[in-house]
Design a protein around this ligand. Structure first.
Ligand SMILES: Nc1ncnc2c1ncn2[C@@H]1O[C@H](COP(=O)(O)OP(=O)(O)OP(=O)(O)O)[C@@H](O)[C@H]1O
Ligand SMILES: [Mg+2]
Length: 492
């Protein structure tokens, strides 16, 4: 009897599979002792043309927990530079490409698993993520989506009833399997592996595939290769700027964790800044601080440079140099635009020198202010009043009295003066727009570590999932909701 599971009857396209056996290995999914659906991302279903009301929890479990009715399941091959050292021992070690589907926007999407068992690339690993790891993936991706960061999403999280042993969690700890909804799982490291095996022919094949599938506007252009690399540079610079403006530290920016479309993914030991600290390092094992917050743009640029090695097998050095030349300017322009939004302004409302001055002054303030990075913007959003334009003393009034030892009054007044000055440059009619912009750019609550623990503890102690759901709901209904359920999920 034909399946009635809507996930099994989607029109899957074997785009990556059609590259052939040099790029992946068919694998089998693990079987699990239990399947409890802990998160289903109904916001993504309309992109697939599915009505959430017609998709049952059991459909998720059958497709994305039992992995029934689909083949081949492909472990993708890749290598990568991990903390600066080349590793040929990578590849999908706890996941596979479940399938690819075209969204209603015309884009091709991957369903990629994480935690579906061992593969030829598992090395000593068990092929599983912990339940807490899965919850953290959901939190990071949903919050980054709320902030407008170009990110992969979690489509489902299923608890699988096993006990895992991990050094970084009290063990035994609970197990899970996720399905991620990313534009692609092709990584910089997918190209690097082909260079390692000296296969210029396969670099050419993969590059053609990437351009045809993800940069199709370049098809037929005699300079498609050069334009692809220049555009990837721009997208990666944009992503770094989005992370920085969000106060996000990815923590493991190895070349196998950078996507060939410039989308953020692989949410392991990530953290959001609490206080603004450029040297903040999220991963406990990052002893040198290589991937600390302030290093992220430079590391992204370095990874793009490393990608020139495999691409250089089929492209000219001149095209590659020209492509990466724009990284710094692009990063700076996007970062400034996003920071201004967090302050309530659109870049075209302000002269760029005034805008840059406000951003620098804000960062200097945040270095010393007794308030969290995202908390500051949330407070600005909560307290903003159009009347600030005519009354400087009303700007964040209750703040000036708190902890002036940490924050000298002159510095605080300097920030207020600048903010006030910018308001007076705008016509009064634009002030409601500032309020809207502040609401859109600044969620009321961000998943800094204590917040993550505050939703995890009830799960760990009482199996109470309500605080997690409440937090996710707050982000969905916060702001003007423009980022939610959009057919184009990461317009940028
Ligand atoms: N528990 C595990 N079992 C088997 N392999 C693992 C495990 N954890 C990590 N790996 C492998 O180690 C390498 C680096 O892991 P990393 O944490 O960057 O990736 P990942 O989180 O597993 O997957 P992705 O990059 O798709 O999000 C990858 O080859 C990955 O598959
Ligand atoms: Mg990874």
């Amino acid at each position: 009897m034909p399946s009635t599971n809507p996930f099994l009857t989607l029109p899957y396209e074997p785009a990556f599979a059609s590259l052939g056996s040099e790029f992946s290995d068919p694998v089998e999914a693990a079987t699990f002792p239990a399947h409890q659906l802990r998160f289903r991302n109904d916001r993504l279903l309309p992109i697939l043309g599915l009505d959430p009301a017609t998709v049952a929890d059991e459909h998720f479990i059958e497709a994305f927990g039992r992995f029934q009715g689909r083949s081949p399941l492909l472990a993708m091959r890749y290598h990568g530079y991990q903390f600066g050292i080349y590793s040929p021992d990578l590849g999908d070690g706890r996941g596979f490409l479940y399938g690819q589907v075209r969204g209603r926007n015309g884009w091709l999407y991957d369903f990629g698993t994480k935690g579906s068992g061992r593969t030829p690339y598992s090395r000593g690993g068990d092929g599983k993520p912990t339940l807490k790891g899965g919850v953290r993936e959901v939190l990071a991706s949903e919050f980054l989506q709320r902030l407008g960061v170009r990110t992969g999403r979690c489509l489902s999280l299923i608890e699988t009833g096993e006990e895992l042993w991990r050094g970084d969690e009290p063990s035994p700890t609970r197990s899970s399997v996720m399905v991620r909804f990313n534009r692609t799982h092709i990584r910089f490291g997918t190209f690097e592996r082909l260079h390692y095996f000296k296969r210029a022919d396969l670099v050419r094949q993969l590059l053609d595939h990437v351009i045809a599938t993800y940069y199709s506007h370049l098809l037929g252009d005699p300079e498609a290769d050069a334009k692809f690399y220049a555009e990837l540079t721009e997208r990666t610079a944009d992503l770094a700027a989005q992370w920085m403006a969000a106060g996000f530290c990815h923590a493991v920016l190895n070349t196998d964790n950078l996507s060939i479309v410039g989308e953020s993914f692989d949410y392991g030991p990530w953290a959001f800044l609490d206080r603004f600290d450029p040297k903040f390092t999220a991963a406990y094992f990052d002893h040198s601080g290589r991937y600390r917050y302030e290093n992220q743009p430079g590391i992204c640029q370095l990874n793009l440079e490393l990608l020139q090695v495999p691409l250089g097998m089929v492209m000219s050095a001149a095209d590659l140099e020209a492509g990466i030349a724009g990284f710094g300017d692009r990063y700076q322009a996007t970062y400034s635009r996003l920071m201004l939004r967090r302050l309530g302004f659109e870049a075209d409302q302000l002269h760029s020198a005034i805008a840059d001055d406000l951003i620098i002054t804000t960062l200097q303030l945040l270095l010393r202010a007794p308030i969290g990075y995202n908390e500051f913007f949330a407070r600005l959003r909560a307290q903003f009043q159009p009347s600030w334009r005519s009354d400087l003393s009303a700007i964040l009034p209750d703040w000036i009295t708190t902890d002036l030892e940490a924050l000298p009054e002159a510095q605080w007044q300097g920030w207020r003066d600048r903010y006030h000055q910018l308001l007076t440059h705008l016509p009064e009619s634009q002030l409601p727009l500032i309020q809207q912009q502040l609401a859109q750019a600044n969620p009321e609550i961000s998943p800094i570590r204590p917040v993550v623990e505050s939703v995890w503890d009830p799960i760990a102690i009482d199996d109470n999932w309500e605080p997690l759901e409440a937090l996710l709901n707050r982000w969905r209904h916060d702001g003007d909701g423009a980022a939610d359920g959009a057919v184009v999920p990461n317009a940028n």
